[in-house]
Design a protein around this ligand. Structure first.
Ligand code: AMP
Length: 217
């Protein structure tokens, strides 16, 4: 793994919308001391900060469609060139297409780096929208405000968490992102984990496949 090459871990987290990627990403990065690089967060920040591309990007995100690869690639190249990413990172929400996976391979090759693991959080299709604000939309109000009844995860409402948009995000995942699982499997990088159950149970499955992760509090 990366640690043996003198750097930190370079990880990618894949999973359909609503599987709890953000929650797992936060725990993994906290324990390993890695930057949590979320393209969704970077794009939302670009929209908030009034970047010239903001309105165009906001419209795409609000429809649940994917932002064009070249634009996301630029955002990611800039983010990975910052000093805090030199020693490793966890990518949450990137790559989402084959073209983005190619971009990532190129970016890493330019730096003489490689990925250590690609974690795929997998749930059967009907479960994949089980928590997050998706829960509100599909299953009504939770027993405890702000907490998902099923998984205990945090509930948040985002402008792209409405029923038709969620359907579009799931479709984008199925058609454009899911094929990456096979690509990383072939590359010998895939760690596929069962995403059903509580967040701590899912985390334990991830930790079992990443040396050193479970032992760091
Ligand atoms: P997320 O926070 O990862 O769910 O991303 C929210 C939205 O941002 C997605 O539905 C897309 O519209 C956009 N987005 C995030 N990451 C990417 C990416 N790698 N490629 C294209 N669009 C993205």
């Amino acid at each position: 793994m990366g640690a043996t090459r003198g750097g930190g871990f370079r990880l990618v987290l894949l999973g359909a919308p609503g599987v709890g990627k953000g929650t797992q990403a936060a725990e993994i990065t906290r324990r390993l001391g890695l930057p949590h690089v979320s393209t969704g967060d970077l794009l939302r920040a670009a929209i908030r900060d009034g970047s010239p591309l903001g309105p165009k990007v906001a419209a795409i995100v609000d429809r649940g469609e994917l932002v064009p690869d070249d634009l996301v690639g630029e955002v990611m190249a800039e983010r990975l060139s910052r000093p805090d990413a030199a020693g490793g990172f966890l990518l949450d929400g990137f790559p989402r297409t084959t073209a983005q996976a190619d971009q990532l391979d190129r970016l890493l090759a330019e730096r003489g780096q490689a990925l250590d693991r690609v974690i795929s959080i997998e749930v059967p299709e009907p479960e994949s929208a089980r928590c997050g604000a998706v829960y509100h939309v599909r299953y009504g109000r939770p027993r405890v405000e702000g907490v998902c009844d099923r998984c205990g995860g945090e509930l948040r409402q985002r402008s792209d968490d409405t029923e038709p948009v969620i359907r579009e995000r799931l479709r984008a995942y199925r058609e454009r992102t899911a094929p990456l699982v096979a690509r990383y499997q072939r590359a010998g990088l895939l760690l596929a984990v069962d995403g059903r159950g509580r967040p701590d149970e899912v985390f334990a499955r991830i930790a079992a496949g990443i040396p050193g992760l479970g032992s760091r509090a």
